[in-house]
Design a protein around this ligand. Structure first.
Ligand code: IMP
Ligand code: MG
Length: 177
């Protein structure tokens, strides 16, 4: 069986520029304040690691949540299943959610609605990628890296069936498992 290779779509140098820009925006907006950075696993792990190390002048805490709507498939199943919830008390905290990609919007709107119900001071969203052509639920992205076409994206933390997360570039994958 022939498996096609992921093709570079946004190279690592450009990704680094995008991440630096986002870190500068976040540093400016949260200057001198405290923020709880809430990463959505697993896809956020490379992006968040690069992003947080460039945030300056902000007091940070970090938490992670694992949500899944894909269940290993390449098309979103539409229902969100919380796998690992937030243990931290977010009441009166400024929360910044760090997400890899917003696709239909199902996953992130579920999380944002949950967070807003917990009485935080504020909730904002930072997403590396946005695939607006597939949106089903409107989502406001406060800090956005890049908009991508309706293609399957892998690399820089994003996977296809748990593969390709380690690739240093953001790639398009047309292949099949
Ligand atoms: P949504 O609920 O449809 O917005 O799906 C969002 C989640 O599905 C993201 O957080 C990703 O983990 C995953 N996802 C959506 N599109 C892609 C893609 O092109 N490549 C890899 N993962 C994706
Ligand atoms: Mg994700």
């Amino acid at each position: 069986m022939v498996v096609s290779r992921p093709q570079v779509f946004i190279g690592r140098e450009e990704v680094a520029r995008v991440v630096s820009r986002l870190a500068a925006e976040i540093s400016k907006d949260y200057d001198g304040r405290q923020v709880l950075l809430l990463g959505v696993l697993k896809g956020c792990f490379v992006f968040m690691a690069d992003l947080v190390r460039q945030i300056r002048g902000v007091s940070t805490e970090m938490e992670f949540v694992t949500l899944s709507s894909y269940e290993g498939a390449m098309v979103s199943s539409g229902s969100v299943r919380t796998v690992r919830g937030i243990r931290a008390d977010i009441r009166e905290k400024e929360v910044l959610v760090i997400e890899d990609i917003v696709d239909t919007g199902t996953t992130i709107s579920y999380l944002l609605n949950y967070l807003k119900s917990q009485g935080p001071e504020s909730v904002k969203l930072c997403a590396l990628l946005d695939k607006p052509s597939r949106r089903q639920i409107p989502v406001e992205i406060d800090y956005l890296g890049c908009t991508v076409p309706d293609k399957f994206i892998v690399g820089y933390g994003l996977d296809a069936g748990e593969k390709f997360r380690h690739l240093p570039d953001i790639c398009i994958w047309e292949g099949r498992e």
